[in-house]
Design a protein around this ligand. Structure first.
Ligand SMILES: O=C(O)CCC(=O)C(=O)O
Ligand SMILES: [Fe+2]
Length: 449
């Protein structure tokens, strides 16, 4: 291999070498364990030096060392859990916990007097004079086509007939509502630790802003048992049961939606290694994010949750009966996504953006607040198994469609997000899109206040 490396043009600025250990029990020709060597050359943001790598591909069938150029998705390797990814990259937050219920006016710490670039460039638009986010019935015979159009043009959709019992969604809403209405001292008993992921606290993205957001959150990764025991020493088990049941149902829906979205791109389970040889997929990972946006005395000066994209394959969002979610639609501005009865919002996340090679863009969204009503949202953040490498799917890549992103695991991407926030997608980009468009988030400045 190293002989060929010399042929890499000097203009290549960087070389990524990813050595991954793969167990291939079923493969008759290879020993049970082989290494997959992924070589990825890139030169800044311009095109890839593919010619050198084609030499390697001929070897793939003969050698126990396989050289994958842009593997769609590969491997399992013992690695850190999602929670570890956060732990290894702590985000330093202003740990200021307000008791919103007692405030008559907005303190300076929460006054967004100067909006960041993205808010200034894109005004809010009234939903009745513009288009609205597509509503897709999952039982519609044209569901694939409808989902594909919505992902391509909006990066977000509403789904109905999704199969999640409304009573279950209401039960999770009720747990959230009880949780956030506990006294602040009680909630702080389940506070998220500075290097942790689960628990009560301000939005994780707060560290990128000088002003705090008008919201509080509670994150659940794995079991909420320990934290719930702190919050409700007497009756935590019934709350845990609700979360567990919700997780089970949402996992099923998230998996179904992932395959519908990929299916609308012509991708089947056999195109993805992590789907398993018979199409059965390994478990994806997930986090549940409960968000509370108290009524705010001056909503124009506050921000519920600042503009961001989700570091997921997709996110499924339930909102109580109060509006607040807005998505950025290029050429239009911020469009409100009001709750629809029985419906769930589905966002394209950054990892689906990468898998689809930018065909399905992750949607920039934010939450605004409201003068009179308390708003709750429940986000199911769904991703792949955390050690699977995600890169543009080979079927979507060709001479006219070079891969735009390098392979990255969910863990690695979370670390990139913790470092670069809305520039995380650009940080894993290896090539400018041929259509000259850049990621919407590239325009975002994170300075505020
Ligand atoms: O509250 C909302 O509508 C948005 C929540 C959200 O974007 C998130 O939790 O990532
Ligand atoms: Fe989000």
């Amino acid at each position: 291999c190293f002989l060929h490396w010399r042929k890499v043009p000097l203009c290549c600025r960087s070389l990524f070498l990813e050595l991954t250990y793969q167990t291939q029990k079923e493969h008759s020709l290879l020993p049970s364990s082989t290494f997959t060597l992924s070589l990825l050359f890139y030169r800044g943001k311009s095109t890839l030096s593919l010619h050198i790598l084609s030499v390697f591909s001929a070897w793939r069938t003969k050698l126990p060392v396989s050289l994958n150029l842009f593997p769609p998705v590969t491997f399992t390797m013992p690695s850190r859990s999602l929670a570890d990814a956060f732990r290894s990259h702590p985000v330093h937050l202003h740990q200021k916990h307000l008791d919103f219920s007692t405030l008559q006016e907005i303190p300076d710490s929460h006054k967004w007097t100067q909006l960041d670039d993205i808010e200034q460039q894109h005004p809010s638009v009234e939903s009745f004079i513009t288009e609205s986010v597509p509503v897709i019935d999952l039982l519609d015979p044209n569901v694939l086509q409808n989902i594909g159009n919505a992902c391509k043009t909006w990066g977000v959709l509403h789904v109905t007939n999704h199969g999640i019992p409304i009573s279950l969604l209401e039960n999770v809403e009720s747990v959230s509502s009880k949780l956030f209405s506990l006294p602040i001292q009680q909630k702080l008993k389940a506070a998220r630790s500075p290097d942790g992921v689960s628990g009560y606290g301000v939005a994780r993205i707060s560290s990128f802003f000088s002003k705090l957001m008008w919201s509080e959150g509670f994150t659940i990764v794995g079991s909420p048992l320990e934290h719930f025991r702190q919050l409700w020493p007497q009756d935590y088990t019934k709350f845990c049961d609700v979360i567990e049941e919700h997780e089970k149902e949402m996992q099923k829906l998230a998996r179904r939606l992932t395959w519908l979205m990929l299916g609308s791109l012509g991708i089947t389970k056999k195109d993805l290694n992590w789907a398993g040889p018979k199409g059965e997929s390994k478990e994806g990972g997930a986090a549940l994010q409960l968000n509370s946006y108290p009524a705010c005395p001056d909503p124009d000066l506050a921000m519920g949750l600042a503009a961001h994209t989700d570091s997921t394959l997709l996110t499924i969002l339930y909102q109580n009966n109060t509006s607040g979610l807005q998505v950025l639609k290029e050429g239009i501005g911020w469009v409100t996504v009001p709750p629809i009865p029985g419906g769930l919002v589905v966002n394209v996340g950054d990892l689906l953006h990468i898998l689809s090679n930018g065909l399905y863009p992750s949607v920039l969204h934010r939450a605004v607040v409201n003068r009179n009503k308390h708003r709750l949202s429940i986000a199911y953040l769904y991703g792949p198994p955390s050690t699977v490498l995600i890169s543009p799917i080979q079927k979507l890549v060709g001479p006219n469609h070079p891969p735009l992103y390098r392979p990255v695991t969910w863990n690695e991407y979370l670390v990139a997000k913790a470092k670069h926030f809305n520039k995380a997608l650009s940080s894993v980009r290896i090539c400018a899109p041929l259509n000259g468009l850049v990621d919407v988030n590239d325009h975002n400045s994170v300075k505020v206040g």
